[in-house]
Design a binder for this molecule. Structure first.
Ligand code: SF4
Length: 68
């Protein structure tokens, strides 16, 4: 069941240094692109991944992950 306000998407901005942390923390949402930078799925984060996705956002050393 979905609750209001729980819809969440992330984007990775240009300051990503390609450290690889976010895909290892939350592979359901983040992956490394061909350009060596991370990208996020462009669909809503599955509810069961909200915790690890948030952890990946908080753990990014250059704060390149933003809420979309
Ligand atoms: S944790 Fe941050 S810097 Fe590292 S790959 Fe992910 S977005 Fe890029």
């Amino acid at each position: 069941m979905k609750e209001g306000g729980m819809f969440m998407k992330y984007v990775v901005n240009d300051s990503c240094i390609g450290c690889g942390l976010c895909p290892s923390t939350c592979p359901e949402v983040f992956s490394m692109g061909d350009d060596g930078k991370a990208c996020a799925i462009d669909t809503e984060v599955p509810e069961e991944c909200l915790g690890t996705a948030e952890e990946a956002k908080d753990g990014c050393p250059v704060s390149a992950i933003e809420e979309a």
